[in-house]
Design a protein around this ligand. Structure first.
Ligand SMILES: Nc1ncnc2c1ncn2[C@@H]1O[C@H](COP(=O)(O)OP(=O)(O)OP(=O)(O)O)[C@@H](O)[C@H]1O
Ligand SMILES: [Mg+2]
Length: 244
């Protein structure tokens, strides 16, 4: 293992068990991501991107293969150890923001810290700090429904940052946003990567968004078909055909 390897995946397979039988989704995925990388994941709808992200985020387990996250073999950890590792290492950002509608922004950002057993004063202090950092300090007591989509995504980023993650996993974080707002969100990810050294793995269907990353991984039918420069991001439509 190299000193700065954050993610090491070898020969990973994933199949879903369904009433109709097993559905194979990921095939022989091997991939290393070093600390400080900014990786875009592209690929047609149904190619396994979210399945892969869920495994990276320790929200789901592979059927076989090995996943080592920050030196820990994820497959060897019990539920508590896995939750602890997830809380310590990973921040999640989703397409749909996933904010609690009836909780104010401060509570939304502070809530995951409760599960990470951070004490109350520290939870609120961090929530306000990261909301401020996202330019939302004056909305601490507002409900998610009273701010824009771009602002809601900034709350979700503040929530991810409050856990002081070394890795941010973002599954189509700009999928619900207009072009200008998407750029603002991507500028935030870029800053977090270059200035704070946070490793970012981000799924997108949009070549313009993938260009913010430094490395592109493309999935087709559950296999990696490209792992290299982001200049290949524009080939996405050719790969996708009519599927998207
Ligand atoms: N819980 C599940 N049970 C059974 N099959 C599933 C489940 N979740 C996903 N799948 C199947 O796995 C395949 C990959 O799905 P996944 O959501 O990972 O694709 P994706 O690349 O993220 O697609 P999109 O771009 O539309 O988000 C699809 O064929 C999907 O139907
Ligand atoms: Mg998906």
């Amino acid at each position: 293992m190299t000193a700065d390897a954050l993610i090491q995946i070898s020969h990973l397979e994933k199949q879903y068990e369904t009433a109709a039988g097993p559905v194979p989704v990921l095939h022989d995925i091997s991939l290393n991501i070093a600390s400080g990388e900014f990786v875009a994941i592209m690929g047609p709808s149904g190619s396994g991107k979210s399945t892969f992200m869920n495994i990276l985020g320790c929200l789901d387990v592979p059927t076989s293969g090995q996943y080592i996250l920050q030196g820990s073999d994820v497959g060897m950890l019990d539920g508590d150890a896995l939750a602890k590792l997830r809380n310590q290492v990973i921040g999640f950002v989703f397409q749909g923001f996933n904010l609690l509608p009836r909780a104010n922004l401060e509570t939304n950002v502070a809530l995951p810290l409760l599960y990470a057993r951070v004490d109350k004063a520290e939870r609120l202090q961090r929530a306000r700090h990261y909301l401020n950092e996202m330019g939302l300090g004056k909305y601490c007591k507002s409900l998610p429904s009273n701010i824009s989509g771009g602002q809601q995504q900034r709350v979700a980023i503040a929530r991810a940052l409050a856990g002081k993650p070394s890795l941010i996993l973002a599954d189509e974080p700009t999928g619900n946003l207009d072009t200008q707002t998407s750029r603002e969100i991507m500028d935030i990810f870029t800053r977090l990567n270059t200035e704070e050294g946070i490793t970012i793995v981000l799924v997108t269907h949009e070549p313009d968004i993938a260009h913010y990353a430094k490395r592109l991984v493309r999935f087709v039918d559950g296999r990696i078909v490209h792992d290299g420069g982001v200049e290949a991001a524009g080939e996405e439509m050719a790969h996708q055909g009519a599927t998207c």
